[in-house]
Every structure is written in structure tokens, then in C-alpha cells.
Ligand binder design. Sequence first.
Ligand code: HEM
Length: 405
Amino acid sequence: MISIQYDQNDPETISNPYPLYDQLRSHDPVHWSEANNFWLLTRYSDVASVIRDDRVSSDRFRAISSDLPAEAQEQFAPFINMVSAWMLMSDAPAHTRLRGLVNKAFTPRMIDNIRARIQELVDGMLDAVQDDGRFDLISALANPLPGIVIAEMLGVPAEDQPQFKKWSDDIAIGLTGNETTGSRAERYLIGQKSFLELSDYFKPVVERLRSQPEDNLLSAMVQAEESGDTLSQEELFANCVLLMFAGQETTTNLIGNGILALLNFPDQMEMLRNDPSLIVSATEELLRYDSPVQKLGRLAIEDIEVDGKKIAKGDEIVFCYAAANRDPEEFQFPNQLDLSRTNNRHMAFAHGTHYCLGAALARLEGQISINAVVQRMPNLRLESDDLEWNPSAILRGLKSLPVSF
Ligand code: HEM
């Protein structure tokens, strides 16, 4: 038996995790990471079945934080409570209720209505660099776009958006950073400060919207009601923060990783350039090929056995969606980018009850941005071989992507 070690803090793994995923999937698909204290599942079929098992829970943040010293737990109680109020971190029946209420506000009509605005934003961002012949795709497009889109949907005025983006980035550090970003206590401190400031920002806005509704997502969340039930103030702030947090860096990384994959497979980029209608299947393939959310955790709330391995109650289980998305049992030639791939049942948006609530919006932003870059920037090429990745093994994305055309 080959001994393989997975460590999410290892810079080499962060810059290219796929060879290690392949080894784990083949030799140790239910892997205990000694370095990180969790089980890592890399097979498509295992992730698909265990994710639906009632013995694993999404309500994990309190438990994961319970090994902090008592003092720190007290200090970070506001952060832990708010994150625990997210639908992402809850199980039925709380999850069903929260998701139902937010879903009432986050409607397909609302997403469809923003299509023209996304196109306008993308066009403006590309106009600004079109004459230069070179630009950093991350800072010019992938990074700012999703923040502006969700801020506008929520009704945040333009002048507050930079602050809004900073809060969201800090919360991402608090939740998904690793040791290179700081100790856990330092990261929680950054996340908590921004979470509290953001709640203070929303408080008067929500008060106003209760008596004077507007045509935006935040107002719709305030009004959302199901059988006489509404979101409490705390749930409202927490899930508003979830929407902006969950929809920013993830979508940034779809656009950045997507364009990078196309640069690495020039024949596929050419195919898309010649047939823009391929963008729908292309975006699914780019999500599969280099998934923006590589993995996410759950908590075993009972003992459970997977592939002969005994996972004990209280252990953390991490579903590696990105490894499942390269599983040859599910995808033919998984390490090949094939924009015309059919029956692409990738797990980039997860699977089951927590399937990404914002998938339609993320797809729309990805499709419009990637198509615009490919169509408007002929002969697109990388300006540097030395690309730097963000220090997170969860949210996989580039710090910058210098290109010329
Ligand atoms: C390419 C971009 C995106 C990717 C790859 C992505 C991925 C995911 C994944 C993997 C999950 C499941 C989490 C789990 O396993 O527990 C999830 C959940 C979620 N996502 Fe996304 N997401 C993206 C964009 C968005 C956007 C734009 C929004 C909203 C503005 C959003 C809102 C949410 C919410 C609210 C949940 C929680 C759903 C639940 O717990 O029921 N996401 N997303």
C-alpha cells in the first residue's frame, strides 16, 4: 500500500492539487489527513452517496471551532453564531426553512433581469483595456464583476461597494484562509470584525425597507414570507452576508480559472471563438475542469463506514468536489478539457440539498464574461509562466492572470 499524505497547507498542493487527487482517488479514496485532521473523499460515487447520508451534518461550524481555547470561543461567539445561522451550515428542518425563504427572494426573474446589466458591466471593463493589448484579467474583470453584480442586486449604492467588497474578502479569509494567512484566531478576528461592521451597515437599511420596500434582493428577503414565517433580523443579516460571500470569490475564480484553462487548451479556445453558442456547455466543462470550490466539509454525527473505513462520530469529512470532477469512472478522459462534453454531471456546485443556490447567477456571469473575452481578444496569450495562486485549498483562484492579445 502506497502511503500518500494530503496537507491543505502545502503550497505545492495549492498550486496544482490534481496529481495528488489522482493518487488519492486510485489508492486511498477515503483518506485520513493527519496534517489537517479530516477525512478526504475523492471518488465521485462516494461523494455522491455520502453527501446524501443523514449521518453527516452541515451544522459544523460550532463543532469545528470547539477546539479553540474557551476564551477564544467567547471572543468569537458573534462570528460563530452568525456563520452557524447560514443555510450553508445548517441541516433540515432549519435548512429547508432558510433556503425556502431566501429562494422566494432570489428568483429566476431577478436573475434574468440582470442579464443585460452584466453584459454592460463586462463590456465596460473590457473597453477600458481593449486598446492596451494587455491586461490582468483578475483585477480588470474577474475580481470586480461578481461583487458589483451582487451589490447591485442587494441594492447597495455604488459609493459603498468598495467597502462592501473588503468586508466580503475579510469574511472569506476568516472562513477559508489557511495558516499562511494567519493563525485561526487571527483569521476569525478579521472575519468577525467585518461581519459585525456589515451587520451594522445593513441594520438601518433593513429598517427602512420594512416600511418602504424597493425592487431589490434585500427588500425581497425582508418581505419573504412562507406560511406566516419570515427571516428573523439575525437570519436576514447572516444570509445576506452568505449571498455576497458565496457569490464573489467563487465567481471570480470561475472566470479566472476558466480563461486559464482555455489558454492551456488553445484548440478549445479556438473552437469557442468560432462557435460562441458553445458557451453553455463550455462553462460547465470549465467548472468541472478546474473547480472554483475544490472541497467543503461536513461533520459525522454518527459512526459511518465508507469503503471499509470507519469514520467516527465527531470526525470532519471533506468532500473533494474537484477530485470527483476528474474521476475517470464518471468522466471519459477527465484531465482533458472538452468544451463539447455531454452528460456533464459535475459537482462544482455540489450535489443534493445544499446544491448551490446561486448556480444560475454564477453561470450567467461566467458565460457572459468568458464569451466576451474570447470574442473580443483575438490571439489571447499568457504573459507569464509564473502564476501565483491564492493561499486557499478550498477556493482555488489566481492572484493575477496577465494576458496579452
Ligand atoms: C462559480 C461560482 C460558484 C460556485 C463554484 C459555487 C459553489 C457552491 C457549492 C459547492 C456549494 C455547496 C456547499 C456545500 O457543499 O455545502 C454552494 C452553496 C451555495 N452557494 Fe454557491 N457557488 C458559486 C456562486 C454562487 C453565487 C453567485 C451565489 C449567490 C449570489 C451563491 C450562493 C450560494 C448559497 C446561498 C449556497 C448555500 C446553499 C445551501 O446551503 O443550501 N453561490 N455554492
